[in-house]
Ligand binder design. Structure first.
Ligand SMILES: O=C(O)c1ccc(O)c(O)c1
Length: 267
């Protein structure tokens, strides 16, 4: 089982600390979602002028970069050109780091009908995916925001080049937000799922939910892992510890090693 974490979980860590801790805790890879307060990673010296040294550091620690997590929302019409430029930057980084995936969001559909939103998502994903494909990279649409339901993601996937786009199954969102059974998600999206985000939560009595350490909530992570293994999934299990957006969550030096221990105990 290949383990990774997104840097959303350690918003205050410098690159050296991220690499050192990832190796020390027994991770296989890091998924970059921002660093040192900058969400557009390619703007940082460590991922532009100094990128060769960064690659040496990461490889030297025995790690890979499992994914570059972009901020791109594919449905957005206003930001299409900026999003396309962002994809190109991440695609270049992917080919430099030998990373196969760029995460994208579907985003809010606003006042579009679902059919219009699907058509827009398909068109934009095709255009952005073509850029990614030039670099041998695939865009992964995350089961998130207005694209959490497997039926909505499937409607898009059926119409795009499978070499240019696939699915990132956030194990939490379809289950927690919609009560989607994991078997249902897999039955719809299995052929497109290349990557997973792992997180846990429990429902609060007053409504809503609370994120918690994996294994301490009621997301059926154990049976999800069994399902994925039985179906032949061999991609990463990436902890998405949303410390950046929820500062009250436990520090990464608690959550990250706990995650490795929890995941290793599943198999
Ligand atoms: O990358 C992000 O910003 C992000 C935020 C919240 C989520 O639930 C998520 O899956 C990703």
């Amino acid at each position: 089982m290949k383990l990774s974490f997104t840097t959303l979980g350690c918003p205050d860590w410098e690159l050296d600390r991220i690499i050192r801790s990832a190796a020390e805790y027994g991770f296989d890879a890091v998924d970059f979602r921002g660093l040192a307060g900058e969400m557009n990673l390619y703007k940082l010296p460590a991922f532009s002028g100094g990128v060769t040294r960064t690659r040496e550091q990461i490889r030297g620690a025995g790690l890979a970069v499992s994914c570059f997590s972009s901020s791109v929302h594919i449905v957005s019409k206003d930001n299409f050109e900026r999003n396309l430029a962002e994809i190109r930057e991440y695609a270049k980084l992917c080919s430099f780091f030998d990373t196969r995936y760029i995460r994208v969001f579907g985003g809010s559909i606003g006042d579009l009908s679902r059919d219009e939103a699907v058509r827009t998502a398909v068109r934009h994903l095709e255009e952005m995916g073509a850029v990614a494909k030039e670099y041998g990279v695939k865009l992964l649409l995350e089961t998130h925001d207005d694209w959490t339901a497997c039926a909505d993601v499937l409607a898009v996937m059926k119409q795009v080049d499978p070499e240019a786009a696939g699915v990132l199954w956030d194990l939490h969102h379809p289950y927690r937000m919609l009560g989607e059974r994991p078997e249902e998600t897999w039955a719809a999206l299995g052929p497109w799922i290349h990557y997973t985000h792992v997180k846990d939560s429990y429902k609060k009595p007053e409504g809503g939910f609370q994120y918690c350490l994996p294994g301490e909530g009621d997301v059926p992570l154990k049976s999800m892992h069994t399902l994925l293994q039985e179906r032949g999934y061999d991609g990463y299990y990436t902890l998405e510890w949303e410390k950046k957006w929820h500062p009250e969550l436990a520090e990464p030096d608690i959550a990250f090693p706990q995650y490795v221990q929890f995941m290793r105990s599943l198999s």
